[in-house]
Each structure stands twice: as C-alpha cells, then as structure tokens.
Design a binder for this molecule. Structure first.
Ligand SMILES: NC(=O)c1ccc[n+]([C@@H]2O[C@H](COP(=O)([O-])OP(=O)(O)OC[C@H]3O[C@@H](n4cnc5c(N)ncnc54)[C@H](O)[C@@H]3O)[C@@H](O)[C@H]2O)c1
Length: 352
C-alpha cells in the first residue's frame, strides 16, 4: 500500500499524526506492506515558496500511489484559501474523484443528539457528486463594484456525471445488502438540472429491481434526517446539497471531530480526509479529536480492499468511546495524542 500523506494546516497536522500512527499500526498488524510518503503542501509551504504544490504533483500521485490521506487546510495568513483550493479542489477535479463518500453512523449513545431515536438508528451513507454542480467554477461578474453589478454562478450537471454517481449509489447498496436508495434534489425549483437528475435516477433505478428507490426534495431530506434518520440507508445528491446535508450528518454523528470522508474514483487513486477544517484555535493544543481522521483511515483500508483492519479501526473507536478514552468534544479528557494511542492499543489487542 503506497499512501501519500498531506497533513496540511492547523489541527490537520495534529490529527494526521494520529491517523498515520493508526495506519502504520493496523497495516503492520494485518501483514500489509505499507510505504508512506509525506508532502509539505500547506499554508506555511505556500507562504515560504509561493507554490501550493509543484507542477505535475497530481501526475506523480497518480503514477506512484494507491491512496492519498489529507489532514485539513485553512490558515488566516492565506485569507483567500488559494493553496487549499489548488490542493483540495485540484485533487477532486484533476484526479476526477467523483464520489464523495460520507458514512453517517453514530457510534455511541452519548453522541446521539436526537431525543426521538437511538444511536443505532443513525446509520446511513450519503454519496455527494463531487466534480460538478455549482462548484464547477463557471460563471462570472459583470459591472463588478458598481450599482448595476451582476454575478452568475452556473450549476452544471452532465448526464455522464449524474449517471455515474447514481450508479455508484445503487452499486454500493447492492454490494452491501442495502435495500433503499433515496435521491435528493430541488427539481421543483431548479427545473433543468432537476429534470436530468430525475430522468437519470429513475432510469438507473429500473436496473436494480431489488432496491427500493425514492426521492425527496433536499429541504425535506434534511428535515427527515433529524425527524427519522432510521428511514435512510443510502442517499445520493449533487455537490452543493451534499455539502450541506453532510454537515448536518456530522452533527448526528457527534460533531465534526467524528466525521470521515472519502473522495473516490472507483478503481483509481482516491483521496481520504476527515470532514473538519483546520480549526486554527485548537492547532497544537492537544484538543483536536483525532477520531474523524482515524475513521478516515478505516475508509482508506476499505477502499483498497482491506476489510479486516477497516472494521477493526471502527471497533476500536467504539470501544474507546464506550470507555471514555476520547477527547473533550466527545465527552472524554484525553489529549489528541493519548486518544490516538488508546485506539492503537485496542487495535493491537484485536489484530495482534
Ligand atoms: N476540508 C478542509 O480542509 C476544510 C473543511 C472545512 C473548513 N476548512 C477551513 O478550516 C478553517 C477553519 O474553519 P471552520 O472553523 O469553519 O471549521 P473547522 O471544522 O475547522 O472548525 C469548526 C469548529 O468545529 C470544532 N472542530 C472541528 N474539528 C474538530 C476536531 N477534530 N476536534 C474537536 N473539535 C473540532 C471546533 O469547535 C471548531 O472550532 C477555515 O480556514 C476553513 O476554510 C477546511
């Protein structure tokens, strides 16, 4: 397993240290040969060198690595986030990582914010289209800075782009023995892209007769995620709606510190990152929760076909939470490093 590591900025650096410790521990205990290579791309690097990442970096990653782990990006010294845009969006667009994979599982009753449901009821996956929609970067300004200013941001959906993410959602459901896939859009108000999503979704759904397909407008989706999350198994939606709905998903999991994600192109090099940002105020303080980053390592193992360490990592986190061996934000009093050590100890017991 050749894994590129990009810690990034702020708490990205702190949580990546623990994630790499877990990656090395779980790989070693599972007999998986692992080579990691760390890259300095960050705000610091950008300020020192004027470069976000070198020319050809993504070609190098594609040729020489199986997966990429990124911490987080964002630094007040680079207010326009130029480096983060080049690195994060660069990876998503240049490597064509069209699947944003966001498992939403609440791993401990204490983290469950809902009065009406148990933690076990919060267990579904959101697939967010990751390369199109309003984030494709097309649009422009006219008469900028005047009273007549016009701004356009275009929402681009292609048949190919919609079909491949919808197909991925159904394929995942089938492979995991799930029986329900729900598509969320806003086709009542956004008629043109909505119509494309609708026709594509129902056409693909016809190919999966064993799976119940359903549709919700995205405003209803977020309401239902709070009202009755147990109804969802697999949700598929566009880039912007997925961005918003998955942050609500993080709250259902116990907060940003617990949320993991994959940016995936099936069969190709893919990138894995915790959902949270660089939380500059916590950088280097030992307060950052490393569990989202460590669960992200689980997704990386899963993507590369190593189910056993993937399951062991999640089980170790469940046990740590149960024992209160976790950081402050999820009810414990451990430092970032001590929480990472607690996971590795449990992995040794499970896989050793
Ligand atoms: N993918 C990314 O790299 C990414 C994602 C979101 C935000 N950002 C950037 O990060 C910077 C800070 O943004 P923000 O404050 O809006 O979001 P953030 O996720 O960094 O932090 C928001 C709050 O969530 C909590 N939090 C987040 N991660 C945590 C963790 N691991 N452990 C404990 N608590 C945690 C903290 O209370 C924190 O103040 C900005 O520059 C932003 O642009 C980057």
């Amino acid at each position: 397993m050749r894994v590129a590591i990009v810690p990034g900025d702020g708490i990205g650096v702190d949580v990546t240290r623990e994630a790499v410790k877990t990656l090395e521990g779980a790989a070693g205990l599972s007999g998986i040969e692992l080579v990691t290579t760390s890259f300095p791309w960050s705000a610091d690097h950008y300020i020192k060198t004027g470069e976000s990442l070198p020319k050809g970096a993504f070609d190098d990653l594609r040729a020489n690595f199986d997966a990429i782990f990124m911490g987080a990006f964002g630094d007040p010294r680079v207010p326009d986030m130029a480096h983060a845009r080049d690195i994060l969006l660069g990876a998503r667009f240049i490597l064509d990582l069209y699947v944003n994979y966001r498992p939403i599982r609440c791993l401990d009753e204490r983290l469950n914010p809902l009065k009406s449901h148990r933690a076990a009821d919060i267990d579904f996956v959101i697939f967010r289209e990751n390369t199109e929609g309003s984030y494709a970067g097309t649009g422009g300004n006219f008469k900028k800075g005047t009273a007549d200013e016009v701004a356009l941001q275009e929402d681009i959906s292609t048949r190919k782009g919609v079909e491949r993410i919808v197909r991925h959602a159904f394929g995942f459901a089938k492979a995991r023995g799930k029986t329900r896939v729900c598509m969320a859009d806003k086709s009542n108000a956004m008629r043109f892209v909505g119509d494309l999503w609708q026709r594509t979704f129902w056409a693909v759904a016809d190919e999966y007769p064993g799976i119940e397909a359903s549709h919700l407008y995205v405003d209803a989706l977020v309401m239902q995620m709070v009202k009755d999350p147990s109804q969802f198994q697999v949700v598929v939606t566009n880039n912007m709606f997925g961005d918003i709905a998955t942050d609500l998903g993080a709250v259902l999991q116990g907060g940003l510190g617990m949320a993991a994600s994959g940016n995936v192109h099936p069969g190709r090099i893919s990138m894995f990152e915790p959902v949270h940002g660089s939380a500059p105020k916590y950088a280097g303080t030992g307060k950052a929760n490393p569990f989202g980053a460590i669960l992200t390592i689980g997704l990386l193992f899963e993507h590369l076909g190593h189910e056993k360490p993937a399951r062991a990592i999640e089980a170790a986190i469940v046990q740590c939470l149960e024992a209160g061996q976790c950081t402050h934000d999820v009810g414990g009093d451990l430092s970032t490093e001590a929480a990472g050590d607690a996971v590795v100890r449990r992995l040794r017991a499970a896989l050793g």
